[in-house]
Design a protein around this ligand. Structure first.
Ligand SMILES: Cc1ncc(C[n+]2csc(CCOP(=O)(O)OP(=O)(O)O)c2C)c(N)n1
Length: 365
């Protein structure tokens, strides 16, 4: 029989636990502690307010370009919450919600986006990799890191974030293939926020889902409502368990939406409609989770108000500390030329000299 069908044993499971109003599917509700639920809620709110504050700072010229998380908080916090401290988080440029949840300071991000590489020096014990900006490259870092963990016989998992656009990059496919072949403990979390800058998801692939890309590499793939933090948590928890118990990698596609700008250099009104944004605003992950927590009597309007004040204060203190540090680090600005080339090319030598003169002038002023 030269022509016959090969049966493929896989399907893509879709998971949603909280609907758009935050109403619960009781049968699927995970058994999470009150502390964890409130911690996740706080982290989402902190990220939302940090986005707003950073946008103001950028517009005032106090930091440079950055990528807001707004809309994707559930995808990031729900997945990061399934990790232990000893696990690793491999982040890209829109993942500060998860990175801060994992113990990275707010100041470190303000420094990085203020142009100070020192922000990328992560504290001992925080198992996050620094932000990777080249799209998709971090998937390979994660595959390699997970290979090292397996090689050493450790039991940690690695979680890596990337967008829908990154699935069009060769790096993503190499990383998935490597993870499949070597059964490395990686959780690939695709935050499908529907756009790669102005390119809609439909123009990235003809595949019905992004999760099904996993099947070609012999990995399980799952699609979840990425604005439903409970669904994201459950999927991530299962994938992390699989990784830790030696069963290898998983890909999770979180269906979500970037409610804000691609970066502060972007104008999304040029490529997407107001109606579309409004549709997704109705699925905003934060009010949805708040409704659920209020239904469970874990949260009241009063408590949310108190939390808002506490978060505002926390962010203000971080901004003050970061701006103080920026002033001090300006004096060391020449160090940006160190550790790049053994022999500096002439054009950089010129730039270094020019900066040296500017700094000397400032010093004398
Ligand atoms: C290798 C590479 N090519 C192009 C860019 C420019 N670029 C920055 S973000 C981006 C879109 C990425 O979209 P996606 O992976 O969906 O992530 P999102 O920004 O939506 O979170 C592009 C093309 C880059 N940073 N790296």
């Amino acid at each position: 029989m030269p022509r016959s069908m090969i049966e493929l044993p896989y399907q893509i499971e879709y998971l949603s636990i909280l609907d758009e109003e935050g109403k619960l599917d009781k049968e699927l509700e995970p058994d999470l502690s009150e502390d964890l639920l409130l911690e996740m809620h706080r982290a989402m709110l902190l990220s939302r307010r940090l986005d707003e504050r950073m946008l103001n700072l950028q517009r005032q010229g106090r930091i440079g370009t950055f990528a807001p998380v707004k809309g994707q908080e559930a995808s990031q916090i729900g997945s990061a919450a399934a990790l232990d401290e000893s696990d690793w988080l491999v982040q890209s440029y829109r993942d500060q919600a998860a990175a801060v949840y994992r113990g990275q300071s707010i100041e470190s991000f303000l420094l990085v986006y203020g142009g100070f590489f020192q922000g990328n020096q992560l504290p001992e014990g925080v198992h996050n990799l620094p932000v990777a900006v080249p799209v998709g490259t971090q998937t390979l870092h994660a595959a390699g890191l997970a290979y090292a963990i397996k090689y050493r016989g450790d039991e940690s998992a690695v979680m890596v974030y990337f967008g829908d656009g990154a699935t069009s990059e060769g790096d993503f496919h190499e990383a998935m293939n490597f993870a499949g072949v070597f059964q490395t403990p990686v959780v690939f979390v695709c935050q499908n926020n529907q756009y790669a800058i102005s390119i809609p998801r439909e123009h990235q692939t003809r595949s019905k889902t992004l999760a099904q890309k996993a099947l070609a590499y012999g990995l399980p793939g799952m699609q979840v409502d990425g604005n439903d933090i409970l669904a994201v948590y459950v999927a991530a928890q299962e994938a992390v368990e699989r990784a830790r118990s030696g069963e290898g990698a998983t890909m999770i596609e979180c269906l979500t939406y970037r409610l804000s700008l691609h970066t502060t250099a972007d104008d999304p009104t040029r490529y997407r409609s107001e109606e579309e944004v409004e549709q997704w605003e109705k699925r905003d992950p934060i009010p949805r989770f708040q409704n659920y927590l209020q239904e469970k009597d874990l949260l009241t309007d009063q408590k949310i108000g108190d939390l808002e004040e506490e978060i505002e204060e926390q962010i203000q203190q971080a901004v003050d500390r970061a701006e103080e540090q920026m002033k001090e680090l300006e004096a060391e600005a020449l160090s940006m030329f160190d550790h790049i080339y053994a022999e500096m090319p002439p054009y950089l030598e010129e730039q270094r000299q020019a900066l040296e003169e500017v700094l000397a002038e400032k010093e004398g002023a």
